[in-house]
Every structure is written in structure tokens, then in C-alpha cells.
Design a protein around this ligand. Structure first.
Ligand code: UDP
Ligand code: MN
Length: 306
């Protein structure tokens, strides 16, 4: 056999090459153990999502959670708009691989409001006044911010980005890469919102010079909740920063941003605000037929979580 004829010197040389290659290949792994943390550091993203019970809730949360499972170093803060935590949300979170915090607070809307304007909500604990406006997720996001402050105070690492995420929006993984670059407040375009294909900050010489928005363009920051993220440390520096019921609809974004930034502070991301990495999609309310009114009703399905 030819193998038998190979001279001992060649065999030894071959083995030497093998050993050298082996050592060369394992060098990065050995080095890794001694590399300081700074080179591999990825800031945490705290995603704050209010959510409420409805037929499409599990579908929306499934889609969102499975996107989030692909994001590195992500902490999901989910706040149910309910008196108690539901097993649907609890199980969905447990079954995910996500790092999460599960909270709840109920928005108290009066059932006996005589106010005709559907944009105006009346709250059990407050006097009726027309300057109080209906907005989703105000109490829930504030509860999350208070939790976050406590968490950051107790934590060695106070860095990170805070992103307010509706449960039915559509998020590209690219938007999370963008927000890791934030120094104070990062901004980017949002698709399909405010009556536009895309609502976006305008950029001149690398700075935000204005906004392309047609819905209430007089807002201090005419930008959707999905269009910005804030450095987490700023919530420690501004313990008063919170959302408010006392502002008209569409002003929640401006309300929170006013505590932490001026227009000059905004950092245009997503290739100078020329790319859409998030869409303000809205899940259509499903219409279910009433089984009692059907000639041939389906089998009962109440025991199945949908
Ligand atoms: N939301 C809530 N309670 C409500 C209505 C909405 O917690 O009574 C949540 C909802 O799940 C979503 C966020 O608040 O995560 C924004 O609501 P929605 O998506 O309905 O707002 P829109 O798309 O109309 O701006
Ligand atoms: Mn939505």
C-alpha cells in the first residue's frame, strides 16, 4: 500500500503542520477568555409593550415575541391593561426564550360617560373635563418606566435603550441594530402612519431639520411612538419623565420626549432617515359569527385558547 511507503520524515512534517493548524485555529477561542468585556458589549434594549385582551391578542403577541426572540440582549416589559395578569400572556412569555418582566395596570374608563366625542375618555378617579383625552397605554407605559427606574438603580449596568412598542406593529430586526447606536434619542421613519406612506424626520447635514408629517404637524415632535428610542440612563436623570392623560391625542410622543431632548438632540438613524424599518400596522378587528344565530352552529370551542 502506498501509505506504508511514506517516509517517516514526511509523516512527521504532516503531523507538525496539523498541530500548527490546530493551534492557529484555537487561538481566537483562547484569546476570547481574556478579551475585556468592552469589545463584545451590546447595550440592552428595553421594549415596553402595553397590551389588552381581545381576540387577536395572542396572534399579535406571538408574532411580536417571535421577532423579539431574534434580538440580542433584549428585555421585554409587557404591561397588561387588566386588573390581574392573565394566564394567556403569562404562558406566552414563559414559553418564549425572552428575558421579560410581566406587569399589569388597568385603565379605568367610565362606562357612563355622556361625552359625545369618542376621543375623550372620562376616568373614575378624575373630574370630568374636556381637556382629558383618550390615549392607549398611558398608565401601562408609566408603570413600566417606574419599574425600569428601580431596576436600573439596582443594576450595575445602567446603560441601554428604551423603545415603546405597540403589540400590533411590525418590526424589522434592523430597527434594533439602529437603536444600539443611540447617545440620547435616536429617530427614524415609520411606515404607514399618520395618513402617509411614511412619516419621517427630515435631515440636513446629518441633523434633524424638520419632520415630514401631515397629521397634526404642529405637534412639538410630530413623530410616532415607533419612530424613536431613548437612552435608558435619561430616565434616571429625569425621574419626572412620564406620559400624561392631560394632553390631546397624538401628543404622547411629544410629552415624553420633552423631558429628555430638544429637537437638536435627535440623532437621525436608519441611513439618515431614508429607510423604513418599522411599520405602524394595525390588526383588523375580527368578526365572529354568533353561534346562537346560526342554523348549524359549530361545536363549542370555549375550552380552546385562541
Ligand atoms: N392598548 C392597551 N389598552 C387599550 C388599548 C390599547 O393597553 O385599551 C395597547 C395596545 O395593545 C397597543 C398600544 O396600547 O400595544 C397602542 O394601542 P393601539 O395599537 O390600539 O393603538 P393604535 O394602533 O390605534 O395607535
Ligand atoms: Mn397599534
Amino acid at each position: 500500500m502506498p501509505f506504508v511507503n511514506i517516509k517517516k520524515q514526511y509523516l512527521a512534517f504532516g503531523m507538525l503542520v496539523f498541530v500548527v493548524l490546530f493551534l492557529f485555529n484555537s487561538r481566537p477561542a483562547i484569546q476570547c477568555q481574556f478579551t475585556p468585556e468592552v469589545s463584545t458589549y451590546v447595550p440592552t434594549i428595553y421594549g415596553i409593550t402595553p397590551t389588552y385582551a381581545r381576540l387577536a391578542q395572542k396572534a399579535d403577541l406571538t408574532r411580536l415575541s417571535q421577532t423579539l426572540m431574534l434580538v440580542k440582549n433584549f428585555h421585554w416589559i409587557v404591561i397588561e391593561d387588566s386588573e390581574t395578569k392573565t394566564s394567556l400572556v403569562e404562558n406566552l412569555l414563559k414559553e418564549s426564550t425572552l428575558k421579560y418582566t410581566h406587569l399589569n395596570v388597568k385603565t379605568h374608563k367610565s362606562k357612563h360617560s355622556t361625552v359625545m366625542d369618542v376621543n375623550i375618555c372620562v376616568f373614575k378617579t378624575e373630574t370630568i373635563t374636556t381637556s382629558w383625552y383618550c390615549a392607549s397605554g398611558v398608565e401601562q407605559r408609566n408603570v413600566a418606566l417606574n419599574w425600569l427606574r428601580g431596576h436600573l438603580k439596582d443594576s450595575d449596568d445602567k446603560r441601554g435603550a428604551v423603545y415603546f412598542m405597540d403589540d400590533d406593529n411590525t418590526y424589522s430586526l434592523k430597527v434594533f441594530d439602529e437603536m444600539r447606536k443611540i447617545k440620547k434619542v435616536g429617530v427614524w421613519p415609520v411606515g404607514i402612519v399618520g395618513g402617509m406612506r411614511v412619516e419621517m424626520p427630515l435631515v440636513t447635514d446629518g441633523k434633524v431639520s424638520g419632520f415630514n408629517a401631515v397629521w397634526k404637524p404642529f405637534r412639538p415632535f410630530p413623530i410616532d411612538m415607533a419612530g424613536f428610542a431613548i437612552n435608558a440612563t435619561l430616565f434616571l436623570l429625569h425621574p419626572e419623565a412620564k406620559f400624561s392623560r392631560k394632553v390631546q391625542s397624538g401628543f404622547q410622543e411629544s410629552e415624553i420626549l420633552k423631558y429628555v431632548a430638544t429637537k437638536d438632540d435627535l440623532e437621525p438613524l436608519a441611513e439618515n432617515c431614508t429607510k423604513v424599518y418599522v411599520w405602524h400596522t394595525r390588526t383588523q378587528k375580527p368578526s365572529i359569527l354568533n353561534p346562537k344565530k346560526l342554523k348549524h352552529p359549530p361545536l363549542p370551542d370555549d375550552h380552546i385558547e385562541v
